[in-house]
Write a protein that binds this ligand. Structure first.
Ligand SMILES: Cc1cc2nc3c(=O)[nH]c(=O)nc-3n(C[C@H](O)[C@H](O)[C@H](O)COP(=O)(O)OP(=O)(O)OC[C@H]3O[C@@H](n4cnc5c(N)ncnc54)[C@H](O)[C@@H]3O)c2cc1C
Ligand SMILES: NC(=O)c1ccc[n+]([C@@H]2O[C@H](COP(=O)([O-])OP(=O)(O)OC[C@H]3O[C@@H](n4cnc5c(N)ncnc54)[C@H](O)[C@@H]3O)[C@@H](O)[C@H]2O)c1
Ligand code: SF4
Ligand code: FES
Length: 801
């Protein structure tokens, strides 16, 4: 068949979505060629913020992998830039001198980050935040340097700031205006947002104009227009974006701010279209994916010759992707003489809501603190609903929004998916899980903000057939299988090695990724502890090295001190080692241990040989420490011997592999000096008994532990903890802390399972088996020349960082 030739310039989110729409309409009609400057397949740029914040990895954000291009007969040229378009001869020419003819040309060149034109903007250590390379650059700088400055307090700047905080940097945000996100928020919401982010640790310089970035080759600081200066090691430019139009301009295509297009995304040149952030439609250039996907749909219909209404512009809605901060904005946010507003401000709880009304119709809204109404407001504002409809939406207010929505209403703004499309797909294709709905309809494929509503719709449509437990999450982007399916297959098929798991279960990547490799290594070891040989190369660097890596590339050493108790002999050894190896910092940790910071990698085996103490596993997904209070022997409130109890717990469970780190504590009375209430497992002495608490967490997601049970003897404590630990080991998703697992599974359910003595015994038999094969790691390393050489004298390259 003589196929029409489409050439697309730009392999980004808007362009590739348009190609998907074309393939849906006319699968075999076109021969499609795509050029992309970036060397990756189409990935979810939106999720870069989540990558920086540590919630996902680069390997997990691919939207269309290499095989998608191949399966759809698309000729992709990654890492190749189109440098010339001849619209007369209908040809494009690339940076590699390739010349390709087209029948239809799509310009999808996106935007370029706006680099504030000041002296020093080209210094090393100055970066934008637009693509994978920028993201990798920031992550790498954070390993070496401490201070970061972000120029711009918009969505991008604030998401970058949170990411850099998570990477351990001190972060200053420099903002031109006096309130944050002034394009999306009013002053009240902007200042609430600032306060919240200050609480999280971000420092703000408001109303500031940057005049210069100084330093030799590398950035050292910033000078403001008022003469003030500040020091920094990294500058992130997040001061807006500019449509990437130079190629179009040089090719004689009409350009204003963006490439000018009509309602069908056609430019002034026949057969040349523009879509995405590079396009300007009715004076507006959009910078969010929802409108860009709408444009793509209209353009695809036009290219395929299908009848479709033209693109009429979009109402914009945004949500900041920073955990712990709920901010939502849609449509018009400023007030004038002709607008009225509904406002609610709860200073105590830090909650704010404003709805803007013009001529009785809802035209915009801002939410801070509680964004649960976001979807409802977006829907009502999109259809310019009367304010009465909002006031009277009782069913929705009662939480049944999925039922209240009309079929034609939008559920996923990013992908333009309506309720009708989702419910029809659920019914016609027999979908039962969120992942199936996502794969089938594209809802939730971009920012993920609509996931709760999609799940509600699934529950509403399936009624009694909806099974919460079925709503599986794949282990990672390399497979569609969930943790439970993988674990079940390992058990049933007797799989024994990560590669075997990947082969047999049809992994979509050859080597897996940094998310699935350590998880598979854990599941295999958990299921078959007696036979499985741990794969060091699948472990995270700290676990591989049996030491925590520090910012400057040195390591820290924490010897085991059972129950936080030490002796003069051990202290002397620690002091000798610290002197012999010039340890720059000795610090007592929150878990009552002694940490030697700044040890050189090559010295690690000798340090451990000289210490001759067990590893404190301060780096591992295992039992870290058992913190104890002084207890009955020295404290007048003590009702129990907390120290002996803690030592017994630590001696019993040290070295056991767990889905995530496990911290324990024992306090001898409810005054709780060892902080048992915020540990994974906390034991508290009361008159004649011990209370066992589980699922506590003192970290970012603070959670008080729940009372699991009360027992009388020390043996019963060990029995109950053994059963709880093994249940957690067998049931939790890798990297799920007990605090999250307990909430997910439910305390009542855990209590019910562990109330059964036979079940407890079985759990204890299995954990004892796993414990019986654990080995003291440093003993093995010191004695094994090969391991010493491989790990400590050469650089081991691995997927897992
Ligand atoms: C960190 C971050 C977070 C974001 N979060 C959100 C969010 O939460 N919600 C939301 O809606 N939006 C968000 N956005 C914006 C969203 O990612 C963009 O609107 C969207 O990616 C734009 O798609 P596009 O295809 O127009 O441009 P792009 O995705 O930028 O794709 C354009 C591609 O074309 C390539 N290209 C350019 N010129 C050429 C040439 N001459 N030859 C070959 N290739 C070329 C570029 O290298 C680029 O890969 C975010 C953006 C960033 C950076
Ligand atoms: N959650 C989301 O939806 C999300 C997240 C990230 C990025 N994005 C999109 O990515 C694009 C880029 O985001 P952005 O935040 O850079 O754009 P933006 O234009 O929304 O914000 C830039 C901010 O920088 C400030 N600014 C400009 N010049 C400055 C200077 N010299 N010094 C200090 N501050 C300065 C502006 O006042 C503005 O608030 C936008 O289209 C945005 O919508 C969206
Ligand atoms: S928890 Fe109770 S027993 Fe233990 S040190 Fe504190 S007050 Fe004393
Ligand atoms: S609203 Fe962004 S993925 Fe659905």
């Amino acid at each position: 068949m003589n196929q029409e030739k489409i050439v697309m310039i730009g392999n980004g989110m808007a362009g590739v979505r348009s190609v998907e729409e074309i393939l849906n309409l006319r699968p075999d009609h076109f021969h499609i060629t795509i050029f992309g400057t970036e060397k990756y397949p189409n990935y979810n740029r939106i999720q870069l913020s989540k990558v920086l914040q540590g919630d996902t990895t680069i390997s997990d954000i691919t939207l269309n992998d290499w095989s998608w291009y191949e399966e759809n007969g698309i000729q992709l040229y990654p890492g190749e830039t189109v440098v010339r378009v001849d619209t007369e001869a209908k040809l494009v020419q690339t940076s590699k001198e390739r010349i390709v003819p087209y029948d239809k040309l799509i310009m999808a060149t996106g935007s370029l980050p706006f680099i504030v034109p000041i002296p020093g903007a080209d210094k090393e250590g100055v970066t934008a935040f637009r693509d994978i390379q920028d993201c990798e650059k920031m992550m790498s700088v954070s390993k070496e340097y401490k201070k970061a400055a972000v120029i711009g307090g918009g969505l991008l700047g604030l998401e970058a700031a949170r990411g850099l905080l998570n990477l351990g940097m001190d972060v200053d945000v420099i903002h031109l205006s006096c309130t944050l996100m002034e394009r999306q928020l009013d002053e009240t919401a902007g200042s609430l947002l600032q306060k919240e982010l200050e609480k999280q640790g971000v420092n703000f310089f408001m109303n500031k104009q940057t005049a210069e970035i100084f330093g030799d080759e590398r950035v050292e600081g910033i000078r403001f227009s008022d003469g003030e200066t500040m020091k920094t090691d990294l500058v992130v430019m997040a001061a807006g974006i500019r449509p990437n139009v130079s190629l179009a301009q040089e090719s004689g295509i009409d350009v204003n701010r963006g490439i000018l297009v009509n309602d069908y995304m056609e430019t002034n040149i026949p057969d040349v279209y523009a879509v995405g952030e590079c396009a300007e439609h009715r004076d507006v250039v959009y910078g969010l994916v929802a409108p860009l996907y709408e444009q793509g749909k209209v353009m695809a219909a036009r290219i395929c010759g299908e009848p479709a209404a033209g693109y009429a512009g979009s109402v914009l809605s945004t949500q900041l992707k920073v955990s712990g901060v709920d901010v939502f904005s849609v449509g018009e946010i400023t007030e004038d003489e002709e607008t009225k507003t509904i406002k609610m401000f709860d200073d105590w709880k830090g909650m704010y809501k404003k709805i803007v009304i013009r001529d009785g119709k809802m035209t915009g809204a801002v939410l801070f603190g509680d964004t649960s109404e976001g979807n409802k407001l977006l829907r009502l504002i999109n259809k310019k609903a009367d304010v009465e409809e909002y006031m009277g939406a009782a069913e929705e207010a009662a939480g049944n929004m999925a039922a209240a929505m009309a079929d034609g209403e939008l559920v996923c703004g990013c992908s333009g998916v309506t309720k009708g499309t989702i419910t029809t797909a659920i019914r016609q294709d027999g979908l039962t899980t969120f992942e199936e709905v996502k794969a089938c309809t594209s809802a939730s494929r971009s920012c993920g903000g609509c996931k709760p509503l999609v799940v509600d719709l699934l529950a509403h449509t399936l009624g009694d057939q909806f099974e919460k437990a079925d709503q599986k999450e794949p282990v990672c982007g390399c497979t569609t299988l969930s943790r439970d399916e993988v674990v079940e297959s390992i058990r049933k098929k007797g799989l024994t090695h990560t590669r075997e798991v990947m082969n047999v279960l049809g992994w979509q990547t050859e080597d897996g990724c940094s998310k699935c490799r350590p998880a598979l290594n854990y599941y295999l070891g958990m299921i078959n502890p007696m036979e499985y040989e741990d794969e060091k190369e699948s472990r995270f660097v700290n676990e591989r090295m049996h030491a925590n890596i520090n910012k400057d590339g040195t390591y820290s050493v924490v010897p085991r001190m059972y129950g936080g108790v030490t002796s003069a002999k051990d202290l002397r050894k620690i002091a000798d080692v610290a002197e012999k190896y010039d340890v720059p910092l000795i610090k007592v940790t929150g878990g009552q241990r002694i940490d030697l910071f700044g040890v050189k990698k090559e010295d690690l085996p000798d340090v451990w040989a000289d210490l001759d103490m067990p590893s404190g596993y301060a780096y591992g997904k295992t039992l870290r420490t058992v913190k104890t209070c002084v207890g009955e022997h020295f404290c007048r409130f003590g009702t129990q011997d907390s120290i002996s109890m803690g030592i017994a717990m630590e001696k019993k469970f040290e070295r056991i592999g767990t889905p995530h780190k496990v911290k324990m504590a024992v306090s001898a009375c409810p005054r709780n000096c060892a902080e048992s209430g915020i540990k994974d497992i906390g034991v508290v002495g009361v008159e004649g008994a011990w209370e066992i608490y589980v699922g506590g967490n003192g970290g970012t997601h603070l959670r008080a532990a729940d009372l699991l049970c009360k027992v009388k003897t020390n043996d019963e404590v060990l029995e109950m903890i053994g059963a709880f630990m093994q249940y957690y080991r067998e049931d939790a998703v890798y990297l799920e802390r007990t605090s999250v697992w307990v909430e997910r599974v439910g305390l009542d359910h855990i209590k019910e399972v562990l109330a059964d003595k036979a079940a407890r015994d079985a759990f204890n038999t299995r954990i004892d088996e796993a414990l019986s094969v654990t080995k003291e790691p440093w003993k093995e390393i010191i004695e094994n020349k090969k391991i010493r050489k491989e790990l400590y004298e050469t650089e081991l390259v691995s997927l897992t960082k």
